[in-house]
Design a protein around this ligand. Structure first.
Ligand SMILES: *Cc1c(COP(=O)(O)O)cnc(C)c1O
Length: 398
């Protein structure tokens, strides 16, 4: 393991803060490092490994497709891409899909689509995009400007223009940000990096109505909330609204790199031949993995499982919040849960790691739990026991 780390420090850029551990393989909800140590995974590759590790159906789909066709260009029709688009649309809203390779690229595509739609109907003036405080939408130069953390933007200017923020869950602030030049609004059904903060139903319904009245496109960023994580296939489905555009990535292909933009037909048609593209986007291999993943989520009712197991998990976390004064609040839905602490979470993450659990911390003091959707109650019990130990140690030390 030390050799991997030493060579990594020599040959890789230093843009990640990494733990001194390297994993060789995984099985179900568990991963194993090169010293054969076992860890229970409540991070899931940051909400990517929806089916856990070594899932047979996903592995078979990748192996089979790799022997047929790994890549072919989008100058031709790709069977697995069509199949994945159909599955996504049939399980969300009447629309069309564009495929790319990551979350940020999906959000870039969504902004370009929204601008092109407004441009064709109203001309160049209607180009502003409103994002919410506490948001995270990616790290490219455009999506950085939809991400409400000035730290991420520092040193990377000049930045593209036409982006504004409204206060999350504050309709007055949204009304102030909205102008005749607004072309789109982007939100997360549950803010992930922002600290596991759900959108209010009333707020997003009002936003949706205002969007309709002003021909402003509502973009749901489902990159972290999608694919069954929150207890429904997509997070917006909790709120009696339908977005005009939705972006998906992370869990979509169970670990293969993929992103997608789904848009209502009238919006999608703003992209004509040559308007946008991506060489790898929607390639046969990634889409075969996507089809196997989505079919498994649907066949095994993993969204309903996330709802049910998530309820159990949340009750256990609430018990921790009653018992330990360092725990301030429990938030989230399904298998996207957060535990807000009165102290920075980094020390807890570190202790959990050495006790054999992968968790992480967002917004400085919110422990985030985004495990594979196949996680069971026994694994949750083990985590809760370990967190209790850690909180006890911390309270003793304080
Ligand atoms: C992870 C994430 C992104 C960015 O996805 P990448 O694949 O890292 O570019 C965008 N939006 C949300 C809500 C995310 O959680």
């Amino acid at each position: 393991m030390q050799n991997i780390i030493d060579e990594g420090q020599k040959y890789l850029m230093s843009n990640y803060g990494r733990f001194p551990i390297s994993f060789s393989h995984g099985e179900g909800c568990r991963v194993y490092d090169y010293n054969q140590r076992e860890y229970i995974d409540f991070l899931g590759g940051v909400a990517v490994n929806i089916l856990g590790y070594n899932n047979k159906k996903l592995n078979d789909a990748i192996a089979t497709q790799s022997q047929k066709l790994i890549h072919i260009s989008n100058y031709f029709w790709i069977d697995t891409q069509v199949k994945l688009a159909k599955l996504l649309v049939e399980n969300s809203f009447d629309g069309k899909a564009f495929f790319c390779n990551s979350g940020a690229e999906a959000n870039e595509g969504a902004v370009k689509l929204a601008r092109k739609y407004a441009y064709r109907k109203y001309g160049i003036q209607k180009n502003e995009v409103i994002a919410m405080t506490g948001s995270f939408h990616g790290r490219t130069l455009t999506t950085l400007n939809l991400t409400d953390n000035p730290k991420y933007k520092e040193g990377f200017g000049p930045h593209p223009e036409g982006f504004k923020f409204a206060k999350f869950n504050d309709i007055d602030s949204f009304n102030q940000a909205l102008t005749k030049n607004t072309c789109a609004v982007i939100f997360e059904p549950i803010q992930g990096e922002g600290g596991i903060t759900p959108v209010d139903s009333d707020f997003i319904k009002k936003v949706s109505e205002l969007c309709k009245q002003n021909d402003v496109l509502l973009i749901a960023d489902e990159i972290q909330t999608g694919m069954g994580r929150t207890g429904k296939l997509f997070g917006y489905q909790h709120h009696d609204i339908t977005p005009d555009i939705m972006t998906v990535a992370k869990g979509l292909a169970g670990g293969c790199a993929i992103g997608a933009v789904i848009a209502k037909v009238e919006v999608a048609d703003a992209f004509q031949s040559g308007d946008h593209g991506s060489t790898f986007g929607g390639n046969p291999l990634a889409c075969a993995a996507g089809v196997a993943t989505l079919e498994t989520i649907l066949d095994d009712e993993l969204a309903a499982n996330a709802e049910k197991i998530g309820e159990y998990f949340k009750l256990k976390l609430q018990y921790l919040s009653q018992k330990y004064s360092v725990v301030k609040a429990v938030r989230g839905h399904g298998l996207m849960l957060g535990l807000e602490l009165s102290i920075p979470g980094a020390a807890v993450v570190q202790k959990a790691l050495y006790k054999g659990f992968l968790i992480n911390c967002t917004a400085t003091n919110v422990l985030r739990f985004i495990p594979p959707l196949i996680i069971g109650t026994s694994e949750i019990d083990l985590l809760i026991e370990t967190l209790s130990e850690i909180f006890e140690e911390l309270e003793l030390a304080a």
